[in-house]
Design a protein around this ligand. Structure first.
Ligand code: PHE
Length: 339
């Protein structure tokens, strides 16, 4: 019996298989219930008691050797078979079409981030507003012609409920709730009843800012906006402030930045002037502070407001504002790498 076991061990160690089927038939031949090794285990019953220990050990050795050998043969075929499915693992995988941020979101987030570095927080307010927050509290008296500056979409009259024409309404909501110092920007969608063209849309986005504290001066406003312009359009950017009019600021100004395309020499984008208008600003009118419960003898402030589309058009040289709203993927895909 011991000889038989030894010769089987030698036999098993030398086993070869050409195919997976060969390996399986070897398993049947040696390891199945009717296989050669099982037959030896059956014979084990007849072994003399004094031999049982040694024969048993050898039998177990045979079984282990056979199992390991046949398993390793099988595994080698399993590996080959994976390769045989034809999968070329060096090929690139299926790519999925991913979205990207909308260019207006990219620009809006940049604006918020730049002012964030100066300590401005973010506040939002409703798009459907009442007359008080959009006009009255901002020093637009009833029947004041300045109301015509912004053609308003009314949802209801008396009481007047309307789509906000600027995010200055959020200035009012913040001043109502918060005591100075206030330092916040207000991003959001605004609506004006304007004919849609390459340059104007009835829906657009603004980011406004408000800073109210003690001793805030026009110099602070200029320095803040200069910092913003350089961060947004590059370190060589210059700004210029032209006198303007808004009912809620006094004095008021419009700010131009030097044209980043021609470096101020004059080109078709800046229409030969070297300057691009980007925002309105001014010192908050004391009447607006008072209307919102802030003592204008103790506090002063500045405000500014800019159109996100305008900045995005300048930054990416988009010639038609309507492209931002059509959501044609061929247009949007160009901004995928922006963020
Ligand atoms: N609200 C003004 C507009 O929409 C912009 C502005 C904001 C001007 C703040 C001055 C101060 O045109």
């Amino acid at each position: 019996m011991l000889d038989k076991i030894q010769s089987l061990i030698d036999e098993v160690k030398a086993l070869q298989a050409k195919t997976a089927e060969d390996a399986e038939s070897l398993r049947i031949k040696y390891l199945s219930k009717k296989g050669a090794i099982s037959a030896l285990f059956d014979d084990f019953k007849q072994v003399a008691p004094e031999m049982k220990k040694e024969v048993g050990m050898r039998l177990n050795e045979l079984k282990t050797v056979a199992t390991e050998k046949i398993n390793s043969l099988k595994e080698s075929f399993a590996e080959q078979q994976n390769g045989a499915t034809g999968a070329d693992l060096s090929l690139p995988g299926t790519s999925y079409v991913c979205g990207g941020r909308h260019p207006l979101s990219v620009v809006k987030n940049d604006i918020i981030e730049i002012f964030g570095r100066l300590g401005f927080t973010v506040a939002e307010g409703p798009e459907v507003e009442d007359d008080y927050h959009v006009f009255t509290a901002l020093n637009f008296p009833l029947e004041h012609p300045a109301r015509d500056m912004q053609d308003t979409f009314f949802i209801n009259t008396n009481p007047d409920i309307l789509l906000r024409t600027h995010t200055s309404s959020v200035q009012v909501r913040v001043m109502e709730k918060q005591k100075p110092p206030i330092r916040a920007v207000f991003p959001g969608r605004v609506f004006r009843n304007e004919a849609i063209s390459a340059r104007a849309h009835c829906i657009f986005h603004q980011v406004e800012g408000l800073y109210v504290a003690k001793n805030v001066s026009f110099a602070d406003l200029k320095q803040t906006l200069l910092y913003f312009a350089k961060e947004m359009f590059g370190p060589d950017t210059q700004i210029r402030l032209r006198p303007s009019y808004f009912p809620f600021t006094e004095p008021s100004a419009e700010m131009d930045v030097s044209c980043s395309l021609c470096g101020g020499k004059g080109c078709s984008v800046c229409k030969g002037t070297g300057w691009l208008e980007i925002l309105g600003c001014g010192m908050v009118d004391p009447a607006v502070l008072e209307a919102n419960g802030i003592d204008s003898k103790e506090y002063s402030g500045f405000a500014f407001g800019m159109g996100v589309e305008r900045i995005a058009m300048l930054r990416y040289q988009v010639k038609d504002i309507r492209l931002f709203f059509e959501n044609d993927v061929r247009f949007l895909q160009q901004f995928k790498s922006a963020y």
